[in-house]
Design a protein around this ligand. Structure first.
Ligand code: UDP
Ligand code: MG
Length: 342
């Protein structure tokens, strides 16, 4: 049972903002975010998560909390755990029916939240976003396009722009994510696997208001590894395939050499035969590695302990009458979406 089950009914919207060394931009963020939210005509809360900043970010957040205690909550983490972990910490504390994640650097304009909320009110439980005229360095855009394409091939997750973190999730998705206990994860992808009615919309993108990107090349590579290994065991299967292809190829070479041996006699004193045998053994070893990897992949999936499936509705007989039962979190989602699953 998630923590939220014990809390009183929350606001309509929670905005989750991870913050890491953003002191230069926070004032501008507050001055744009709160008016944008006030204009929505929705009850809301903003949760800032300070991800172990070493500058004055924590103090600025505390100051903002004192200025708007009714709608602001601040979580201070004791170290730097990364953007996705910080967001997970925010999810655990969130109470809203819709939860929207936003970066603190104003690259995603807070004014765009209205568009996302509108879609969620229409009944979509996952609102993905596509950045229009993305304002990032050339190499980042190229690398992102490559990673997007790779992910499309090796996972069942369908997103146009996986890197955009301005996204909306409904309460049932957040409750499910909170049950997961993932360590290295990629939130947009994880949420997508639990979405029943996803949609993508275009949003504007701006240059960073102040400071620099908090992602080094190394942390970007690590993040993409989280994405690939967290949602696919296809790379392990590639290993087995390479092993099989190599073995079959070298067995063919061996046969060819055998035929030539009878036709033309010994060539280069049997060196090629030795090669064929060596390649065959290499193939067997790589295949064995892939096979081991398959088992490790299954162990990995097991220990990750994600929910194996999500029940939307159960049709059954109650008191002699046909009835429809819904698990709690799906019931809330369905009511808020006003979607009849039958
Ligand atoms: N962030 C964080 N912890 C980190 C790195 C980043 O909480 O270890 C936050 C950061 O403060 C910002 C958001 O995550 O609000 C996105 O970071 P950034 O803008 O540097 O990423 P980019 O836009 O370059 O992908
Ligand atoms: Mg940014």
């Amino acid at each position: 049972m998630s923590q939220t089950d014990f809390l009183p009914t929350g606001p309509e919207l929670t905005v989750v903002v991870p913050v890491y060394n953003e002191e230069e931009g926070l004032a501008a963020l507050f001055s744009r975010l709160y008016p944008a939210l006030d204009a929505l005509g929705a009850t809301y809360e903003v949760i800032f998560i300070n991800d172990g900043s070493r500058d004055k970010s924590a103090a600025l957040l505390a100051q903002q909390f004192r200025a708007r205690p009714d709608t602001t909550r601040v979580i201070l983490l004791n170290g730097n755990y990364g953007q996705h972990m910080a967001i997970l910490a925010g999810f655990e504390q969130s109470r809203g029916e819709c939860v929207i994640t936003l970066d603190a650097d104003l690259q995603n304009p807070p004014e765009e939240i209205a568009k996302l909320l509108e879609k969620m009110r229409e009944g979509y439980d996952y609102v993905g976003t596509i950045r229009q005229q993305r304002q990032d360095s050339f190499w980042r855009k190229k690398a992102s396009r490559l990673m997007n394409r790779l992910r499309e091939r090796i996972t069942r997750i369908r997103m146009t722009d996986q890197g955009c973190m301005l996204r909306g999730y409904s309460r049932h998705i957040i409750d499910t994510i909170n049950r997961c206990g993932e360590i290295n994860t990629f939130i947009p992808a994880l949420a997508y696997t639990f979405a029943q009615n996803p949609i993508e919309i275009d949003v504007a993108h701006e240059e960073r208001f102040a400071g620099e990107s908090k992602y080094s090349l190394y942390s970007l590579i690590r993040l993409n590894f989280d994405l690939v290994t967290g949602f696919s065991v296809v790379p392990l299967q590639w290993l087995s395939f390479i092993g099989v292809i190599l073995s079959v190829g070298s067995a063919g070479l061996f046969l060819l050499l055998l035929v030539r041996r009878f036709m033309f006699g010994a060539e280069v004193e049997g060196v090629f035969t030795l090669f064929a045998i060596t390649f065959f053994m290499l193939g067997v070893i790589i295949f064995a590695l892939g096979l081991l990897g398959e088992y490790i992949g299954r162990i990995y999936q097991q220990v990750r302990a994600r929910p194996r499936y999500l029940v939307q509705t159960i049709l059954e007989e109650r008191d002699g009458k046909p009835a429809r039962t819904m698990p709690r979190q799906e019931a809330v989602a369905a009511i808020s979406r006003e979607v009849d699953p039958l």
